[in-house]
Each structure stands twice: as structure tokens, then as C-alpha cells.
Design a protein around this ligand. Structure first.
Ligand SMILES: [Zn+2]
Length: 254
């Protein structure tokens, strides 16, 4: 079977999904549960079909065609509020989604933001992760051991962060991982090579754009989604901003 070219696929990047708005400096860390529910209703009513990374890989290999208007839903870091504000809603809609876990910080907090002056946010613990996995619809994938800037590490530390975290997560989850999320989107050719050597077949960055069929599967761009007040001088009208993001032709890649 030959693989037919795809239309560009939006891979949405979320972080936390909060019960209530946080102070303005946190806007890039979250959307509210109400915003998120509205966005999922938009996907449903606009005919989008959320798919998994496995489906994306199968389409790239020419094994199965993509459904009409495919989209991927990704959640970085594994915030504890996914349990109540994401999982039940996406299960009821039948939308698959992917959560990227930091292997040594499961059950702790996103402590790496403290260096930038932010208060830490709790991350999912193993009992909730395993219960969500058993319930279905969610795939947990890799986001290193401690959330470092990989490109700044020694070769040995890069390997430990990428490879050892993959092994540790696979043991806990009882399944093989396929997809890596580079912390801060930081990736160099060497980092991507180490990801491939570790056995990752796909990886996502924070470059802004829709994923194309011709993309290196270890350098997939995403579309960030973050808190947008209903009327924002910077981002316009919340729901319209989301629709623009889904269809954007903007691409920050070189
Ligand atoms: Zn992260």
C-alpha cells in the first residue's frame, strides 16, 4: 500500500486544565475547564475526528487512511486536574488523547517552573494514571525524567533523560512507548537521534504549525492552546481564536 499525502494535521498542545482562571502570568500554562469543554464541543460540531499517535503512524506507513478532519489532543507534563477536567469529558465524547509524563516527577509537581518564579502545580500520581489507562481512551507517553533542556545536557545525561525515563515509564505502564515530547520543545539533531535510538518513532516539539505528511516524525510541530479570556486585546475572541488555531497556516519552522 502506498501512503497518500495528508492534509496538514493539527496536533493541539495543552498543559493544565484548571477549575478557575489563574493570575495573568500563568496564561500559557492552562485553559479553564469551561474553555476546554467549549473547544471540544467546537471540534465535535465542526466534524473533527481526534486520533491517536498510533493512527498517525499507521497513516504515515500507508496502512490506514486518516479520517476526515483529523486532530490530535496532547497534554504536556500530566497535571493532576486532567483526572477531573479532561478524562471524563473526552471519554464521553469518545476522543482519544495523549499525556506526556515526566517519569521522576509523577505524583509530585512541575517544580521546574519555580526557577522562573511560578508556583508549582500538582502532577498526576501513579494510582490515577493507571486507573485512567485502564479506563481507556488515553495514552501516556514520555516527557523525560526531570524536564530538562535536553540540548544543554551532556551526551550521557541526554541518554539518561530520554532512554531511562522511557524504560521506567514502560515498566510502570506495562506497555511500550512510541512518542516523546521534548521539554520546552528543545531539540537538536543529536537529541532527535537519541530519541530514535531509544526506540521512539515519533516526537513532538513546540514549533507552531500543523503536522505535514512530509515532516520528520521525530520533529512534529504542534498548535499551542492556552487561556484566552473571552475578549482579549492580544488574542481576540476566545472561541474564534481556537477556530483560527485549528486551521492556521502559520508555521514557525525554518
Ligand atoms: Zn513540559
Amino acid at each position: 500500500m502506498t501512503s497518500l499525502p495528508w492534509p496538514p494535521v493539527p496536533i493541539l498542545m495543552y498543559h493544565a486544565v484548571e477549575d478557575a482562571p489563574r493570575p495573568p502570568q500563568y496564561k500559557h500554562f492552562y485553559v479553564t475547564a469551561a474553555e476546554f469543554a467549549g473547544q471540544m464541543r467546537t471540534l465535535k460540531s465542526s466534524g473533527y475526528t481526534p486520533i491517536s499517535f498510533g493512527t498517525l503512524a499507521a497513516a504515515r506507513a500507508g496502512e490506514t487512511p486518516l479520517p476526515p478532519k483529523p486532530v490530535l489532543l496532547t497534554f504536556d507534563d500530566g497535571y493532576a486536574n486532567l483526572l477531573t477536567n479532561v478524562h471524563p469529558l473526552l471519554r464521553s465524547l469518545g476522543f482519544p488523547y495523549t499525556v506526556f509524563l515526566v517519569s521522576e516527577l509523577v505524583g509530585k509537581t512541575n517544580a521546574w517552573v519555580a526557577a522562573e518564579g511560578y508556583d508549582p502545580t500538582p502532577l498526576l500520581g501513579w494510582p490515577d494514571i493507571l486507573a485512567m489507562q485502564a479506563d481507556g481512551g488515553v495514552e501516556f507517553e514520555g516527557h523525560t525524567q526531570t524536564h530538562p533542556k535536553l540540548a544543554e545536557l551532556s551526551e550521557a545525561d541526554m541518554r539518561r533523560e530520554v532512554t531511562d525515563s522511557k524504560t521506567a515509564l514502560e515498566q510502570k505502564l506495562g506497555k511500550a512507548l512510541s512518542t516523546l515530547c521534548y521539554p520546552y520543545g528543545g531539540v537538536t539533531d543529536r537529541v532527535a537521534e537519541i530519541a530514535a535510538e531509544a526506540g521512539y518513532t515519533q516526537a513532538v516539539t513546540t514549533e507552531f504549525g500543523r503536522a505535514r505528511h512530509s515532516d520528520n516524525p521525530l520533529l512534529l510541530p504542534r498548535i499551542s492552546v492556552y487561556h484566552t479570556p473571552y475578549l482579549s486585546l492580544t488574542y481576540g475572541i476566545g472561541p474564534l481564536n481556537f477556530r483560527w488555531r485549528l486551521q492556521t497556516r502559520k508555521d514557525t519552522r525554518p
